[in-house]
Design a protein around this ligand. Structure first.
Ligand SMILES: [Zn+2]
Length: 62
């Protein structure tokens, strides 16, 4: 199963979601958004996506 790293349009933080999911609830701000309208950072294995998400969110604080 493939996962995508998407950026929440509401709070700007990245999180992982299954690639086929149409909507995704941001784990940070709790809002629901459509994944096809969000910025997709990467698509791949759950492990790769988790790393992408961690790296992206880390950059927000540096
Ligand atoms: Zn959010």
């Amino acid at each position: 199963m493939k996962y995508s790293a998407v950026v929440c349009p509401h709070c700007g933080r990245a999180s992982g979601v299954k690639s086929e999911a149409k909507t995704h609830q941001c784990p940070y701000c709790g809002r629901l958004f459509q994944t096809e309208k969000a910025i997709v950072l990467a698509t791949g294995s759950p492990k790769a996506i988790r790393q992408q998400v961690v790296d992206y969110n880390k950059k927000l604080y540096t």
